[in-house]
Design a protein around this ligand. Structure first.
Ligand code: ATP
Ligand code: MG
Ligand code: MG
Length: 469
């Protein structure tokens, strides 16, 4: 990318989350990810813009030096910070404004600093040595937390039975964040049991919220921009998907068509999620079992009788297993973490200069990872241990909030890629790649808020489910 020759006409709105806004290049497989700030306080935005470079560099370092070693070399693309002409950024921000969903407009894109992250466009295939035949398809899943807390610090028993996502649904509905309840349960997706995973994926397709998006050629064709603007028509989706799974057109039609095509899609997603494409190794398939705590959630709608028949576990190097292991660095739960956070805070109150030495807010260099890998969980009462636990919790938070991108492209008949790069469906062959995105460090200062929120979610869940009984 030549930063001095930027032309806003070559970029278009791609999507956004709570913290950043993303534009994609119309031709090349690249995106720019800009920071966002609250709209109501321009003075603050100027100040924040001054800090933008450091903030973005921290994101790159954290993805590269902390998350990548946990999640695996091939899944993570950390990108780089780029400085863009302010004129370009301003023109671009005007251009994308009308595309933005209303519910996100409480924040504005950073147009003051000129800094952004440049990343590969992960809606496109990342294995580039094949001639692409046809537009790539991409499934984005934000799986959220896949285990029940096993910590002895947990005070409310319901947290050992019902997962955070399922409890949070009740509060989100009451707050008006979403209009309909999602029946998706992360524990079903992370179970490694194909039936349960299919069930989870069907529920995601029924009610996507912000946990599922599907792109064709980089364009959103299924999923929600916000609660008022959702593309959720399964028949329409089927028409998009048909050429990928049934390339010899016309072979399937009629009332079963949608079901057949959607089942093919679900099978492909399940295969990609369980494959070890991140390591490019085949062979050894060791399973990871969630030995600590229970492996199912009482709020899941999955048929109980089948559930009891056993739990499969995840192949060791598959993307779900990598994410789950990082999530499980949260091994004391927010209830066990909060006192440790207070210990760090008290220490920093006495010795404010230590904040830099303890690397609370970075820099996230190579040494960070080694320290965080230490999983010894007894608390010896020291500040060092408290800092380590706090930082491990933050890594887990990031892993609970990331997205998986599965990119698929029809495999030309004359190509013979390695078997671990193709998925065979009943009537087609697809080349695929799996990546993980949104690996920003979560702010240290957010921990008290997380503690409060956890209490609110649990109490609201108990209140609303007891009221129904
Ligand atoms: P959240 O609210 O989930 O924390 P965020 O503000 O941190 O979101 P991202 O999740 O990084 O932002 O980006 C928002 C959306 O933009 C993603 O859900 C994804 O659809 C898209 N996106 C981000 N990065 C890329 C990329 N490298 N390639 C393709 N699409 C991307
Ligand atoms: Mg995100
Ligand atoms: Mg994020």
């Amino acid at each position: 990318m030549e930063v001095d020759k930027m032309d806003e006409n070559e970029w278009k709105y791609h999507g956004e989350g709570n913290k950043s806004l993303v534009v994609s290049h119309v031709e090349h497989s690249q995106v720019l990810r800009f920071l966002k700030y609250p709209a109501e306080d321009p003075g603050n935005s100027h100040k924040a813009a001054k800090e933008a470079f450091g903030h973005l560099q921290n994101i790159v370092d954290f993805s590269k030096n902390v998350m990548k070693p946990f999640l695996g070399e091939n899944y993570v693309h950390h990108g780089e910070v780029v400085h863009l002409p302010l004129d370009f950024v301003r023109q671009l921000s005007l251009k994308v404004e009308q595309e933005r969903p209303e519910s996100r407009c409480d924040k504005v894109m950073d147009i003051f600093s000129g800094y952004a992250l440049c990343l590969p466009n992960l809606t496109k295939l990342q294995t580039c040595h094949f001639s692409e035949s046809g537009p790539p398809l991409c499934i984005e899943i934000k799986p959220k937390c896949g285990f029940l807390p096993f910590s002895s610090h947990v005070t409310k028993d319901v947290k050992h039975r019902v997962c955070r996502f399922c409890m949070h649904q009740h509060l989100k509905l009451a707050n008006g964040k979403w209009k309909r309840m999602s029946r998706y349960c992360p524990l079903d997706l992370f179970s490694g049991n194909k039936q349960r995973m299919s069930f989870a994926l069907k529920n995601l397709l029924q009610e996507a919220q912000n946990n599922l998006k599907i792109f064709k050629n980089g364009e959103l064709i299924y999923g929600c921009k916000d609660d008022k603007d959702c593309l959720q028509d399964l028949n329409e989706l089927t028409q998009h998907l048909k050429p990928y799974f049934f390339p010899a057109n016309g072979l399937i039609h009629g009332p079963h068509c949608t079901r057949t095509v959607i089942n093919e899609l679900i099978n492909v997603i399940t295969t990609a999620l369980l494959s070890n494409s991140g390591t490019c190794r085949t062979g050894e398939i060791r399973k990871v079992h969630i030995s600590e705590g229970r492996a199912h959630c009482d709020a899941s709608h999955f048929h109980r009788d089948i559930l009891r028949k056993g739990h499969c576990g995840l192949p060791k190097d598959c993307v779900l297993s990598k994410i789950l292991q990082a999530q499980m660095l949260d091994n004391v739960d927010i209830e066990g973490l909060h006192p440790l956070y207070n210990r760090v805070e008290q220490y920093l109150g006495e010795f404010p200069k230590e904040r830099v030495k303890l690397q609370i807010d970075g820099p996230y260099n190579e040494n960070c990872f080694e320290k965080l890998r230490n999983s010894q969980s007894e608390d010896d009462g020291t500040v060092d241990t408290a800092v380590r636990k706090v930082q491990q919790y933050r890594v887990a938070m990031t892993a609970k909030d990331c997205s998986i991108m599965i990119a698929l492209s029809p495999c030309p008949d004359d190509e013979l890629p390695e078997p671990n790069l193709v998925i065979q469906t009943s009537k087609s062959r697809l080349i695929y790649s799996v990546s993980i995105l949104d690996l920003d460090p979560k702010p240290y200062e957010n921990i008290p808020h997380q503690y409060k929120l956890d209490g609110q979610i649990v109490n609201f869940y108990l209140k609303s489910t007891q009221a129904k009984q």
